[in-house]
Ligand binder design. Sequence first.
Ligand code: SAJ
Length: 385
Amino acid sequence: MSNTVCIVGLGYMGLPMAAIIANKGIKVIGYDLNEKKVESINRGECPFDEKGMPEIVKCAVEENGMIAQNSLPKANTYIISVPTPVKNRKCDLTYVTQACEEISQICDNGSLVIIESTIRPNTCKNVVSKVFKEVNKEVLIAHCPERAIPGNTIHELTENDRIIGGLCEKSTQASYDLYKMFINGKIHLTDATTAECCKLMENTYRDVNIALANEFAEVLEDIDVNPWEAIGLANMHPRVNILSPGPGVGGHCIAIDPWFLTEGSDKAKMITIAREINDNRPFIIVDKVKELATSAGDKIGILGVAYKKDVDDCRETPATTIIKALGDSGFKVRCSDPYAINYEYELADQAEMINWADVLVIVTDHTVYQGLSFDKPVVDTRNIL
Ligand code: SAJ
């Protein structure tokens, strides 16, 4: 076996990582349980929409021999990029643990196991290492949290600074030696638990700042001031950078990671309140819709269901909470999105839906909505119009 890297989990982060590493000339095998995904990757196709992905996946498969499979291959290095869902405000490590258990059955002593998935503090130390110890495997374990933003993943995966924290110096160094081959940003070295905390703090910092923007919106709207205009002007101050109010925080990271950070402590006050403010945003939007619908009618059209601008990703999107709450209140609701494909509610044709609706709600600020005008009431949750 030559130097082989196995990426476990070929999702929004695992697949770009796999392709980037393969395109550096390193032998890469991707492992994912989803057969359809494996097949499409092996045809050189990217199974989701992300800028630049079709090109790099095609190149990795056709020119650099990257393959995907639904059984775990033997490799020298395993990079785990599987989901870590939140369950009752806690980090569910089931997929990470399963991946480690499978790896522990076939890996050699001395293999390198890197966790890219977002994990709660002390996961490498207390959970991952235990799995390998149980079968008497001595492996090098490190956490290297991804920091790339969906919508600009490829650029950020290679250009952003990275943090690598190993359980021992040898693990940190081995991970550094691999990552320096494809990361152009600086690589900062630390221990595994500090690396775990850094990732969670980054997303918590953003969540708290979005909550502040959302709270500003609520306070200002109470006194009939446009929050977006006021925020834009306040941001002219050299040390102020307020984020944008919106319909709530979606995606698989920001709405979740604060709970992972705080699950082992009872000290988190601001973080908890920020989460609650952001979780409540969809219901504030629903109240606005109800107000308009009283005179306009009960057919509600939702423009945009993706969790944010110009992506097809609908994970934890506030659109779902809004649609469900409106439906539960007896409204007729339809939704459309130019990018989303497998959404849990049926997606309507945009023009037909606009024509049908009494009230429209812009949930996602897709660029294509800019400049649209409507002859009916609109709740513009992103101030895009
Ligand atoms: N949002 C607002 N107002 C804002 C900014 C965002 O309401 O001013 C909303 C978005 O509409 C979206 C949610 O917040 O629903 C999250 O979007 P995002 O663009 O802030 O972040 P993500 O979840 O796409 O990616 C984040 C990034 N983290 C940080 O910026 C600190 C990314 O760098 C991480 O790699 C990613 O989480 C991750 O995988 O953890």
